[in-house]
Design a protein around this ligand. Sequence first.
Ligand SMILES: Nc1ncnc2c1ncn2[C@@H]1O[C@H](COP(=O)(O)OP(=O)(O)O)[C@@H](O)[C@H]1O
Ligand SMILES: CC(C)(COP(=O)(O)O)[C@@H](O)C(=O)NCCC(=O)O
Length: 304
Amino acid sequence: MKNYTSFKRNEWAKLVPKNKANITKEELAQIKSLGDVVDLTDVHEIYTSLISYLHLVYQDKQQARQAQIKFLHKSFEPAPFIIGISGSVAVGKSTTARLLQLLLQRTYPDLKVHLMTTDGFIYPNKELERQGLMSRKGFPESYNMALLSNFLRDVLSGKKDIVYPLYSQELSDIVPGKYGHVKNPDILIIEGINTLQLPESGQVVTSDFFDFSIYIDAEEDLIEKWYMQRFQKILKLNKNKPDNFYYQMANGPLDQAMQFAEEVWQMVNLVNLREYIAPTKERASLILHKTDGHLIDKIYLRHI
Ligand SMILES: Nc1ncnc2c1ncn2[C@@H]1O[C@H](COP(=O)(O)OP(=O)(O)O)[C@@H](O)[C@H]1O
Ligand SMILES: CC(C)(COP(=O)(O)O)[C@@H](O)C(=O)NCCC(=O)O
């Protein structure tokens, strides 16, 4: 990759020798999604350097804003620093995003760090069915991109309380009547498979709103394994929840359920990865490459 400097794990870790992220094992336990195994080594070797670099980018942005405001003879209006996180379905975006939020909050206790996902901007199943898009969930046309752009515009305009829809993986649908709120955060982390995608002509590019972006990368076979493992965990979690989307499958033959998940991976998520997600990789400011066991083995930092 021409526009990036690449680092092996230990080279990246050496950029910031001191351990600044004094996070405890208890705090780490909070962010583990569905029983995953992020460990303190990752925090020390990968995220400490990342947080230090983000600090530089953050300061740079504040300075540039101050300069512009002075030039325009305007008064200072706070606007959040926005970090976008992208990558395949099941590559570990939400887990990484939660860890980053926790570490940023720990490092800068005076700053408000809000985390959200773009899943909420997928049309509700009813609407997807109406448009014949149920098997295209996650593809560009399944998102209400105009709503997402308007939302981001509101965020940057400094509006006080902005609502956004919420998606539930267990329901496999938008949660009716429930909304997230963005209330003037200093840092907004926004994760989703579409965060680096270029929209159809005429629409606003989501990543134009970002101050920094991260793409999480891994080999297809590994991501498939993580997808299947997560699917199995979701089945277990919903065995006794009759209202749940996965309830019938969770109580039927396991091999049939796994066959279904395999088909969804092959026909939907893998196609989406190849056609629409992976091509956005080289738009990211930073690429975190993962190997077996979710271990980050390579880091690529884009030149500016
Ligand atoms: N660092 C990690 N260590 C162990 N398991 C992880 C890690 N990151 C993600 N996982 C697991 O991989 C699966 C997919 O992760 P998730 O964060 O849900 O992905 P995404 O948000 O990209 O769909 C989940 O089962 C999660 O528990
Ligand atoms: C809603 C999603 C696109 C979100 O992706 P994620 O946050 O899991 O990366 C995905 O979970 C999804 O529903 N994909 C469609 C096919 C499936 O059920 O996996």
